[in-house]
Design a protein around this ligand. Structure first.
Ligand SMILES: NC(=O)c1ccc[n+]([C@@H]2O[C@H](COP(=O)([O-])OP(=O)(O)OC[C@H]3O[C@@H](n4cnc5c(N)ncnc54)[C@H](O)[C@@H]3O)[C@@H](O)[C@H]2O)c1
Length: 246
């Protein structure tokens, strides 16, 4: 097992890409705590029935005190922490002309501030034990912007990519690695909101000619979180079927 006994926190790991990461990491032997905003007991039960060690902590990840409390309780329960996956995010669809300041702040709060709060809450533990890794789920929008999402989305993901590099540099002396994944066009509830026209337009611009699967993102997350990637830090890996090659 590639993550045997690794202690993991994943934000919003109950559906979409986060769910696939949770399922794969659990199958690879990790103990997982999900920081979620709603009741996810059926999912937890499903994994527990398969013999996995998974729990959920209802947390408003945009509130640092709640995040700190959740992280501290996981560390107390399992005696430490090895991996944080900042997966939770929201998207806003208003164009730049209609977008409200409230929507802007909400996207930035969930996609950037919460990722920083979770990172800050775990960094003390990881740096002290001189091992561990943080994985941020960014987006191709970090690099190209997005024509249909509000500008806050791409901006937030750009910030996450830069946060990845900054933390990677500052935590390298403590043997803590920080990486990101930049997916594009993955089949989830988030992309299910797209119109048929947008879906066709998106697929026609992808050299591999299809949308991506959540399992494909989870496989890359597993690689980056595992000991196979011990010499990789500050990296953002594209998963986009060749849409953007940089
Ligand atoms: N699906 C894609 O094509 C795509 C492309 C690029 C990047 N991404 C990124 O991948 C990640 C997962 O996206 P997805 O497509 O699975 O989306 P999704 O909407 O299916 O899942 C998002 C998750 O975030 C959680 N979440 C949102 N706000 C939260 C909050 N305040 N507190 C706790 N949890 C919260 C949701 O409950 C959900 O579990 C996101 O970071 C997203 O930006 C997705």
């Amino acid at each position: 097992m590639r993550l045997a006994n690794k202690r993991v926190i994943i934000t919003g790991g109950n559906r979409g890409i986060g769910r696939a990461i949770t399922e794969l990491f659990a199958a690879e032997g990790a103990k997982i705590a999900l920081l979620v905003r709603s009741d996810v007991s059926p999912f937890i039960q499903e994994l527990t029935d398969k013999g996995c060690t998974v729990l959920a902590i209802k947390t408003d990840i945009t509130d640092y005190e709640q995040v700190k409390q959740a992280v501290d309780s996981v560390v107390q329960l399992w005696g430490g922490l090895d991996i944080l996956v900042n997966n939770a995010a929201v998207i806003s669809r208003e164009g730049v002309l209609e977008m409200t300041l409230k929507a802007w702040h909400h996207v930035m709060n969930v996609n950037v501030n919460a990722a920083f709060y979770c990172s800050k809450a775990v960094i003390g533990y990881l740096s002290e034990q001189k091992s561990g890794t943080i994985l941020n789920i960014s987006s191709v929008a970090a690099k190209c912007g997005d024509i249909t999402a509000a500008p806050a989305y791409g901006t937030s993901k750009g910030a996450l990519t830069t946060l990845t590099r900054s933390l990677a540099r500052q935590l390298a002396p403590y043997n803590v690695r920080v990486n990101a994944i930049a997916p594009h066009a993955i089949v989830t509830e988030m992309s299910a909101q797209w119109s048929d026209e947008k879906r066709k337009q998106v697929v026609s611009a992808i050299p591999l000619g299809r949308m991506g699967r959540v399992e494909e993102v989870a496989n890359t997350a597993l690689f980056l979180a595992s000991d196979e990637a011990l010499f990789i830090t500050g990296e953002t890996i594209n998963i986009n079927g060749g849409y953007l090659m940089d």
